[in-house]
Design a protein around this ligand. Structure first.
Ligand code: ZN
Length: 338
């Protein structure tokens, strides 16, 4: 018996898996898997962000047309040959993700579709010297220009997209449907974090691996979206608040902390309106807090996790007391700001 085992092992080592058929494309499998893994996170982030932005539309100011499409450009990827192979680019710009129940999904668009033109303007011909785009890093200018062109088109009416799928060219019409403003993206980083700059909500790839469910993921996205909807970035800038290291001291710290409390309070209303379980905010921050203490957040600008959890519970009780109108909870922080 022992003899058979030994001979089997010898046989196994004698014929390595790729002895006859080495990989033919020359790409590193780990790089391909990393790109596909990142795309999976982008899909989840895009779906969750769109759902929160669309479901809370009645309460937002500054609404913008949201397609539910996350686009990407080949220039964003350091190794373009691997990106073409792994993500299926044929041209310079393609669809990375399509949020369920969004105008992009209704139009029948799919991840991997190449975008050839928007309202007849070829993506190659969209100028990169627009001031709104020129400030971007060089490899992000193309995607910024295409996103802006699509936003501009949809701010007028529906937009016609020429796409390429499986070698065949076709045209689809994406409906202009207003929703809460903000774009949603995964930021590749070894650090856990999430941020909101007034226009974009970012969650780091390292942070995303901490979520057990989409409801937990939504808790963090909703907190950051709340910062954008409450225009905290503009307010803090107008008050001359220093958000850097010195912002953790004195008056700036107090103003940042009150913005954080507002974002926590609003987040659970946004979640409930989008059909996410607001208790996931309690569960996530309890687990995270127990494992990390104050974790990624500074003590002088953020409540410790037990106090944050208490805020969520107070707001969830408020929602239960107020109840819904047309299936939605009207968030007091957005109603008052209106
Ligand atoms: Zn915050």
């Amino acid at each position: 018996m022992i003899r058979t085992c030994i001979s089997l092992i010898a046989l196994f080592f004698a014929t390595p898996l790729y002895a006859q058929e080495p990989p033919s494309n020359g790409f590193n499998a780990e790089t391909i898997l990393a790109l596909k893994g990142l795309q999976l996170l982008d899909h989840r982030m895009n779906a969750i962000g769109y759902r929160l932005a669309a479901a809370n539309t009645p309460y937002c100011t500054g609404k913008t047309a949201q397609t539910g499409l996350l686009l990407h450009a080949i220039d964003q990827y350091p190794d373009q040959a691997v990106a073409r192979f792994a993500l299926g680019f044929d041209g310079p710009v393609a669809i990375n993700a399509v949020a369920p129940n969004s105008p992009g999904a209704t139009a029948g668009l799919l991840p991997g579709d190449d975008i050839l033109a928007i309202d007849g303007i070829k993506v190659e011909d969209i100028p990169l010297d627009d001031p709104a785009v020129a400030s971007e890093r060089a490899n992000y200018r193309r995607i910024a220009a295409v996103n802006k062109r699509l936003e501009d088109a949809l701010s007028q009416s529906d937009a016609a997209l020429d796409i390429l799928r499986g070698g065949a060219q076709t045209q689809v019409v994406v409906k202009s449907r207003p929703a809460c403003p903000s774009r949603f993206q995964i930021e590749v980083s070894k650090d856990r974090g999430a941020s909101a700059n007034g226009k974009i909500v970012s969650v780091t790839s390292k942070m995303a691996e901490y979520f057990l469910t989409d409801d937990e993921f939504a808790a963090v996205v909703a907190h950051e979206l709340a910062h954008n909807l409450l225009k905290h970035r503009n307010q803090l800038d107008a008050q001359g608040v220093n958000r850097g290291f010195f912002g953790q001291l004195g008056k700036s710290a107090g103003r940042i902390k009150s913005a954080e409390i507002e974002a926590d309070r609003l987040s659970v209303w946004l979640m409930a309106n989008a059909g996410y379980d607001p208790q996931a905010a309690v569960r996530f921050w309890t687990r995270y807090g127990k494992e990390h203490g104050k974790g990624i957040f500074s003590a002088s600008t953020h409540y410790r996790w037990k106090k944050r959890v208490k805020l969520f519970e107070e707001e969830i009780a408020k929602m239960a007391a107020i109840g819904t109108v047309d299936g939605k909870y009207a968030p007091p922080l957005l109603i008052e700001a209106d």
